[in-house]
Design a protein around this ligand. Structure first.
Ligand code: APR
Length: 241
């Protein structure tokens, strides 16, 4: 059965006004990633890290899904059970677009997680004040539900499963810095990369200079502008002509 694997990143939400991480003026340009998004930073200053995610959560309240989120939510609906959308994004814009099955590999901003029972609970856009209690086990040590550098990401197991099960790979708005998209693309005969910018391969031993050279199709456009081209390729693939 033809199935689609989608791996999305910060670029998917850029047109909704959420900054990416590594672009010009990206989040990691203005914040020390190891201070706000690593186990070391968390040990050294919990309050500083909590404030960082409180600000992210506050910003998110006023952000709306863009055309790409809506098209991907529609795709999930139209090809129910044949789309595995793995997102690195912690925002809720796919869910706000009606998506039900997007898997958040790096966590979710609108949830907190208990450091004891590891259950999560929704806090919407409100700030974590420090007096929250886990509704599942009553523990008072709760934190942001975001995977930080130095931590395991339990949902990464879905990557291998999707590579095994799917016949078309689509990478949207990810630089491939954290999850390398080249080895994934190599596993697929059919693949699409969507990114307005050409990303150079990192190793000098790499036979290719650009990541897009590993993909069957490269749509060098912003996510919102790439959807028609992407849907044409998907229809061709899924309807098996
Ligand atoms: N449409 C599509 N792609 C875009 C757009 C857009 N409108 N704007 C920028 N991009 C592309 C950039 O060219 C870049 O390749 O999106 C990519 C964003 O890359 P990063 O900022 O590195 O974000 P991402 O790949 O999602 O980061 C992975 O790193 O910091 C951690 O946990 C964080 O999940 C994140 C992970």
């Amino acid at each position: 059965m033809k199935k689609i694997m989608i791996l999305s990143g910060a670029g998917l939400s850029a047109e909704s006004g959420i900054r990416t991480f590594r672009d010009h003026d990206g989040l990691w340009e203005n914040h020390d990633v190891m201070k706000v998004c690593s186990t070391q930073g968390w040990i050294e200053d919990r309050q500083y890290v909590t404030r960082f995610y409180n600000d992210r959560r506050h910003d998110l309240e006023f952000k709306e899904p863009n055309h790409a989120h809506k098209v991907l939510a529609r795709l999930e609906h139209d090809y129910r059970g044949r789309v595995i959308h793995l997102t690195q994004n912690i925002d809720n814009l796919m869910e706000k677009s009606g998506a039900k099955d997007a898997i958040h590999l790096h966590g979710t901003l609108t949830d907190l997680r208990c450091e004891s029972c590891t259950e999560t609970f929704n806090v919407g856009y409100s700030a974590q004040e420090g007096n929250e209690e886990c509704p599942h086990c009553g523990n008072k040590r709760v934190r942001h539900n975001v995977v930080m550098f130095g931590e395991t990401a339990p949902k990464y197991s879905h990557l291998q499963q999707a590579i095994r099960e799917c016949t078309l790979f689509i990478a949207i708005g990810t630089s491939g810095t954290v999850i390398d998209i080249v080895p994934i693309a190599k596993e697929f005969k059919h693949s699409i990369l969507i990114d307005p910018k050409r990303q150079e391969t990192t190793s000098k031993f790499d036979p290719h200079s650009y990541i897009d050279e590993y993909f069957e199709h490269f749509i060098q456009k912003k996510a919102g502008e790439a959807m028609d081209d992407m849907m044409a390729i998907i229809k061709e693939h899924m309807d098996g002509r």
